[in-house]
Every structure is written in C-alpha cells, then in structure tokens.
Design a protein around this ligand. Structure first.
Ligand code: HPA
Length: 237
C-alpha cells in the first residue's frame, strides 16, 4: 500500500519551515521569496503552486501560494499542517470592504471567519463551529501593526465560496452583522488549524470597497501588499 503523504506538495520533510506565509497567488509567493528572503529554495512546483523557504532577519520561514477559495486553501493548509512540521500559517491576501471606516489599502486582521461554505460539515459537529484565529498569532500581528503605526481593524470577516454572487444582497446581510470584509479562504485554514491543533491567522489588504465600488490602483496594490507582508514576516521573529 502507498504510504500516506502529501499529493499536492513535493517538498522533502525538512524543506518547509515551521511558519508558512500563505498568499493566494503563487507569483506573490515568488515575489516575497525574491524580495524579502535570503538563500531561498523552491520546494514546490506541482500545479505551479510555488513554495519557497528562506531566511528573514535570521529566521527560517516559508511562503507558498494557496490558490483561490476554500477547496484550494483547504488542500494546501491541510497538507502543510498534517504532512509537514508546519505549526503556523499566516494567510496574507486581499479582501473587499463591507464597512464604511474600512478603506481601500487598510489592513484587516480576521479574528473570526464566518462562512457560507459547507466546509465544516466534514467534522460532524452537533452545532455551528466558529472558525477563529489563533490568539497568540493574532496578538503578535496586532502588536507589529501597532508598532509600525499601520492603520488596521480586527474583527469578523466572511470567507465566501462565491465571488460572482447572483444574490446581490447577500453581502449586505453579512454587513448587518458587523462583518468587516469578505475574502475566500480564511475559514477553511482556521478550521484545518484547529483540527490539526496548529495555529493560523489571516492578514488582509483591502483591495475593493464593496460599498462604493472603488478599487485599489495597481501602484496602491503593491504598497498595500508590502505593509501586509512586513506585518506577517515581523510577527515570526
Ligand atoms: N470578494 C471576495 N474576495 C475578495 C474580494 C471580494 O469582493 N475582493 C478581494 N478579495
């Protein structure tokens, strides 16, 4: 019988650090490795979902693409937590704002992640599970954002299965519950972390304002992303 091992990550056991930054876009992972890490090696090329391990300010860290949506982020976070010695995943990505005072370019840290996905059904729980960030990681990223003087909001986000939703009101129903922003991955990563007794947190840059229709410009996308990368990287030290 074949031994149980990761199907979507080809890294050798010791090639992945204990903390992994998980952007959705594998080219973003490459950008981070090339611009922020020293001596990085590429540990995954399966499906072009690039993953790298290198050194940031003396500490070993990995960065890997996780794809779009909970099925994809669920696969990669599951394999990282369960087939490698990964203890922490810091999701970094973009989100659409649902709150007036959460503006384009702002940082949102997902304390909790509501979802319209069925992902939790696999756990057979006799009720509703509340996917939340790990408190230690949450505390760290908040401390770093404060130290750096970066504007941020911490609270509940929505991880949605649907980007192009036929029901145009659905996000406004979430908004009435105080949801700060919508993205598509955090809830699955939080659930996988809890199930594996590991840690996860999600740090987002607001790229779209869903109330006004405003979007981050190409230039602003870059600088916004850099603030978020720095928060994530400094929190591993
Ligand atoms: N919906 C879901 N995910 C997103 C959005 C959005 O509007 N913007 C950036 N990530």
């Amino acid at each position: 019988m074949a031994s149980i091992s990761a199907l979507h990550i080809e890294a050798k056991p010791d090639e992945i650090a204990e903390t992994v930054l998980l952007p959705g876009d594998p080219l973003r992972a490459k950008f981070i490795a090339e611009n922020f890490l020293e001596n990085s090696i590429c540990f995954n090329k399966i499906r072009n979902m690039l993953g790298f391990t290198g050194i940031y300010k003396g500490k070993r860290v990995s960065v890997m693409g996780g794809g779009m949506g909970m099925p994809s982020a669920g696969i990669y976070s599951y394999e990282l937590f369960n087939f490698y010695d990964v203890k922490n995943i810091i999701r970094i990505g973009t989100a659409g704002s649902l709150k007036e005072d959460v503006q384009i370019g702002d940082i949102v840290i997902g304390m909790g992640a509501c979802t319209d996905s069925n992902y939790a059904s696999q756990f057979n729980l006799p009720g509703t599970f509340a996917p939340i960030a790990n408190y230690d990681l949450l505390h760290k990223v908040v401390d770093i954002a404060k130290e750096k003087g970066i504007k941020f909001s911490v609270g509940n986000i929505l991880s949605s299965d649907i980007f192009y939703n036929d029901n145009k009101n659905s996000l406004f129903e979430w908004k009435k519950m105080g949801i700060l922003a919508v993205e598509m991955e955090a809830a699955a990563i939080y659930m996988n972390a809890d199930r594996a007794r590991k840690k996860a947190v999600c740090v987002l840059t607001i790229s779209d304002n869903l109330l006004t229709g405003e979007r981050l410009s190409v230039k602003e996308r870059e600088t916004g992303f850099i603030k978020m990368i720095e928060i994530a990287l400094l929190s591993i030290l």
